[in-house]
Ligand binder design. Structure first.
Ligand code: B12
Ligand code: SF4
Length: 439
């Protein structure tokens, strides 16, 4: 007998975090950098073809439009995704969903993985930890059979008031289900809105690898795949790039692209052989660039346009404290290689609440001296569940997760807070004054 078809509504929450520099110090360039399709939801929808799936992007549509769509669609299952600064917003949303319906509510994503207990509350039924494509499909299969308890590894049934218990999932490449592409078609109506004004371009998302084996203290990535690095099959990557049609800029959304040099070279060869002409953005570690300059050159030939590199800091001492596993010398070498190849550098740096004016000055000098085309400076944020959180917990002065947007000092600043933000805002304004435009 065929399983009943479920109505599944996957929801991307609104752009909801709080940002003191934007609210009080006139910075407008931050939000513009952060725009893009709700890729996790498109990936999750892939294996659910036999069901009726709707993706609703609240970053593109109003809350009123959301409820109109909700009332019309009448979902059996609502799936919510959230990074840390979105956690409180999805709780409110889930409460409203439960008031208005008896839909099963499932939460997944970064915050659910790093701090699952946070969602162990009445409006949620299930919490999906880490990579969810296969485990969510398994859960939906059970729900379609009318079963409630699951015992699926990587999924917790909520038990409000009691500690969560669940089976750890031993993630591997099969969790990526490479044979099934993301449902790009489900967000087609939003595609024109995924436009990066600051860079003046339209971008599509593709995965080529998942997770990370490194353990930088501030980072909320390694647990997503249980500390593993999983490659998405090269043929599947090529297929997904082609599915994006005429979108000419592709962001590889991997946390650590080129983490497996052999696999990356194979992918590069396939892209060139397929005659695909696109421009790519990828997150790459500085030491990968230094270890594999040939690979980066080959990727440049395949269309690598820009790399996002987590330089983090200009001080070796700080790099060590973040467990970055390389020092400033590697950063300088990586920059030199990238400049020689003509690859645009999107450099991620972290301003610490302990920074003083001189530290900001050193950072600015470094960025200008090394001609980092798109500098992105975030404020050190101890995300619950990370190693950094354990060491900084006692210093936290703002525990409202709405402020965990990487733009606020949630621990005490060394300079008076006003001076810290003014210095940070001043630097951002100067650096983003003449935005980089792709040629
Ligand atoms: C693309 C991206 C974005 C996009 C799109 C996000 C969106 N939903 O609209 C944009 C550019 C808009 C964005 C914005 C921001 N982002 Co962002 N982003 C990413 C990035 C690079 C890739 C995410 C991705 O697509 N991965 C691939 C997919 C397939 O994996 P996934 O998202 O992990 O999803 C899987 C599982 O998590 C799980 N899952 C996820 N959701 C759900 C939901 C359900 C129901 C289920 C069952 C399972 C499930 O299953 C999925 C499939 O296997 C990640 C870093 C990274 N490489 O992961 C950062 C990342 C997620 N972003 C981050 C942050 C902080 C932000 C911002 C606050 C901006 C900033 N300062 O960086 C804003 C937040 C938005 C807001 N409210 O203001 C952090 C989150 C850390 C945290 N715990 O808070 C990350 C991890 C980067 C980092 N520097 O650490 N981001
Ligand atoms: S910052 Fe990058 S290299 Fe470090 S753990 Fe996170 S994803 Fe891995």
């Amino acid at each position: 007998m065929a399983k009943p078809k479920l109505k599944i509504m996957l929801v991307n929450p609104p752009n909801c975090g709080r940002s003191i520099p934007e609210e009080e110090y006139g910075i407008t360039s931050l939000k513009q950098l952060f725009k893009g399709e709700p890729f996790s939801l498109q990936v999750l929808a892939g294996p659910l073809r036999e069901h009726d799936v709707l993706i609703f992007d609240m970053k593109c549509e109003s809350e009123e439009a959301f409820w109109a769509a909700f009332n019309q669609f009448r979902p059996d299952v609502v799936g919510l995704t959230a990074v840390t600064c979105e956690a409180n917003t999805v709780i409110r949303l889930a409460e409203n969903v439960k008031e208005k319906s008896d839909a099963t509510v499932v939460i997944g994503g970064n915050h659910a993985t790093y701090n699952p207990e946070y969602f162990n509350r009445p409006p949620f039924d299930y919490i999906v930890i880490g990579l969810g494509k296969k485990s969510f499909a398994q859960l939906i299969g059970k729900l379609a059979e009318g079963k409630k308890s699951n015992g699926i590894a990587g999924i917790a049934k909520t038990t409000p008031g009691k500690p969560l218990t669940y089976l750890m999932r031993n993630y591997d490449e099969t969790d990526l289900m490479p044979e099934i592409p993301p449902r790009y078609d489900l967000i087609a109506k939003y595609r024109d809105q995924y436009f990066l004004e600051q860079l003046g371009l339209r971008m599509g998302f593709v995965l080529s690898a998942y997770g990370c084996t490194h353990k930088c203290s501030f980072c909320a990535i390694p647990n997503m795949a249980g500390g593993k690095y999983l490659n998405y099959e090269a043929d599947a990557v090529v297929r997904d790039i082609v599915l994006l049609g005429d979108t000419s800029f592709i962001r590889l959304v991997d946390a650590n692209t080129f983490g497996n040099a052999r696999h990356s070279q194979k992918l590069c060869d396939k892209i060139i052989r397929a005659g695909i002409v696109k421009k790519y953005f990828a997150d790459v570690r500085a030491d990968t660039i230094v270890k594999h300059p040939e690979l980066i050159k080959n990727w440049k030939d395949a269309g690598l346009y820009a790399v996002i590199v987590g330089f983090e800091d200009v001080s070796d001492e700080r790099l060590t404290s973040y467990n970055k596993k390389y020092q400033g010398q590697v950063i300088s070498q990586a920059i030199e290689i990238l400049h020689k190849l003509g690859i645009v550098i999107i450099g991620d740096f972290i301003a610490s609440p302990r920074d003083e004016e001189d530290d900001f000055k050193k950072l600015e000098n470094f960025i200008l001296k090394h001609q980092i085309e798109v500098p992105v400076i975030s404020v050190l944020t101890p995300l619950p569940g990370t190693q950094l959180y354990k060491t900084m917990k006692k210093d936290i002065i703002i525990d409202d997760l709405d402020y965990y947007t990487f733009t606020n000092a949630v621990t005490a600043t060394k300079m008076p807070a006003k001076v810290f933000y003014q210095t940070y805002a001043g630097l951002m304004k100067r650096l983003h004054g003449k935005p980089h435009r792709p040629q």
